[in-house]
Design a binder for this molecule. Sequence first.
Ligand code: MTE
Ligand code: LUZ
Ligand code: MOS
Length: 751
Amino acid sequence: MKYYDMTRHVRGESLFADDLLVPEGTLFASVFSSSIAHGKILSLDFLDAEKLAGVKKIITAKDIPGQNQIGGIIQDEPLLAESEVHFCGQPIAVVIAETQLLAREVKTKINIQYEELPPVTDAREAYAKGMLIIPPRIFSNGNVGEAWKQCDVIVDGTVETGAQEHLYLETQGAIAFPTEGNGIKIISSTQGPTATQRAACKVLGLPMHQVEVDVMRLGGGFGGKEDQANAWAALAAVSAFVTKKPVKLILPRQEDMRMTGKRHPYSIDYKIGLTKEGKILAYEVTFFQNAGAAADLSTPILDRTLFHATNSYYVPNVKAIGLCCRTNLPPNTAFRGFGGPQAMFAMEAAIYKAADKMGIEVSIIQEKNLLKEEDEFHYGQLAENSKAQTCWNEAKEKFDPGQIKNNIEKFNAENKSVKKGFAFMPICFGISFTNTFMNQASSLVHIYSDGSVGVSTAAVEMGQGVNEKIRLVAAEIFSIDKSKIKIETTNTTRVANTSPTAASSAADLNGKATELACKNLFKRLISFVKNEFNYSPQDKIDFRNENVFCNDEAIGLTWAELIQKAFFKRVNLSAHAHYAVPGIYFDKEKNKGNAFSYYSFGTAVIQVTVDCLRGTYVVDSVKAVHDFGKSFANVIDRGQAEGAIMQGIGWMTMEEIIYNSDGKLLTDALSTYKVPDIHSAPKEIEIHFLENSDNPLGIFNSKAIGEPPLMYGIGTFFALQNAMKAFRPEGEFQFSAPLTPEKVLLGLYKE
Ligand code: MTE
Ligand code: LUZ
Ligand code: MOS
């Protein structure tokens, strides 16, 4: 992948938080956390641990100088537990020592006594006990009650989706440095530098100008560091504040897996009604979201679930209810798709069940209900420029599902214990933060006097290639070689009040801000050239390949010479620009409005083979037609699509998070939690860029790509079920993901 960090990554030269050279005297912190999911802390005794050589201090809630609170949206999350614990892995104390090893060892000497209380780990149980974090959210349209009467077919059922571990290669962590005048500088592995700054300020009791957050890059985030990097940065900050020494806090893998939240498991009730031709008339769905012990980002995630309740289809009568259920699990959080995938899985399951009952092919219902341009979503936004049908039709044309079907039927007739299946998976994903105010970004561009350029934005590089995209934007506007452009670290003192790098919008938001800043500089330089060389206002000045042109003729001035001259003539060579997405609004009382700037569409066809003696399976191929708009970084965009598909397949198939009934995570290591490796990757991935697509709302007419393709992975579940049906036609299969090989085997043989 040709990309900003490529060379450094390959050489192992890229720096992550844990690699940064720290000053002599830096201390190391380790987090002591709850071993039970719910209970009262009766006593906490450090014995003589604090007196051990090399141990500096053990911090608890009472050492926090400001508020013991890190809830970003709802103030329900203490940084350190005080008298009660609400999940296994909840931080209680921080050991600060001269070495990392010592800090970790000392934790075993801490003596804690609890009074255990019964934990709730199931969302439906939490709901039955009235443990909702916010009142039910309802998005609706039309009148489902009336619509059922018009339906020829009505089916209902339940759907379960599992959690998913982010498994970023770089675990959570931060380093905090005391600065002059009681301030703190934090190097953090965070997707949201400003959110981290706010959390640190709150617990330190400092104004925001006293806390600087700097982010070099992340070894992956996937949503897991949109909000949940804050706790570790805040703990490092409090430790540095109290000891007056730099403090480094990096979570070991197992602690990261135990202490941090995951993709939300959902339990879902659906009811769908159709005409006998397969037109969907009504859909009613209730989402029981397992939020964990604190709100974190659960409420906007639940909203996105409601937004995407009908996936890529037009449904005239919709009632979607969202229940944000508090349980005794680590607070679940953002994960690529942000609540959308769970909704789309439920919608597909409903369609599968309906097709089964009607005895028709699933794809007939899917195709008949795809969004058209004039269709309106249940929250009132028009599906303007819908590419749902175009992508579907192109997928049919390119991949020839008729032929696929024949081949599979032939194969299944000839093979007794090995069966194949396939499925279509159309997707539709809204691009924008659903909290309208978050759709803003800014950029600070410096042209140095030698002609080299530094760009600072709010975007955080986490492997998705946003730095390369921003570099391409600046290089294109100045028409200079991209080697002249450096993308700086993401720093709250250079670019303030930023939204996290999330919602797939970082390239759009920060790219557009950079485009504006560069264009301002460009205009300034053009007027400088006109003045300096006495050109008339009508003359057309532009830059090409680092040379200045007037009316299409080179004037014998290079970019570097131009910048030198401009500098000596006291031209301002720095620009800051702010970008706010136009045209979006949302009424959170009525739950209506234009929440999204635009939509991302596509259709995939997934083929699988199941070994019906073992329950094991192979994903033979994932082929998709995806709308990238006008991609200006094809290799990055393709890489994002492939990676997202893999992550979606993992969520649907082998990635299984298991908590026992005491709320203890059993899958807390890579030996018990399996993500797809190269052996379980699809044997073939074929991605077509939809042609003739345009998108003025995206940077350089492209479309956001980070999250949407993950949802193609959902098709894998249904392709597997189709293969299972070929083996056991009378089988009744549950819509319960992940569909692990164990579940496949049980499904194939269980009475
Ligand atoms: N790709 C890599 N390699 N690493 C990541 O952590 N995060 C994903 C996606 N692709 C991620 C990734 C998520 S959850 C989002 S929201 C987007 O990247 C964010 O970046 P973007 O806005 O620049 O697309
Ligand atoms: N984060 C957020 C997101 O705060 N709001 C969103 O709408 C969103 N969508 C996707 C991913 N992260
Ligand atoms: Mo992505 S879930 O928006 O970080």
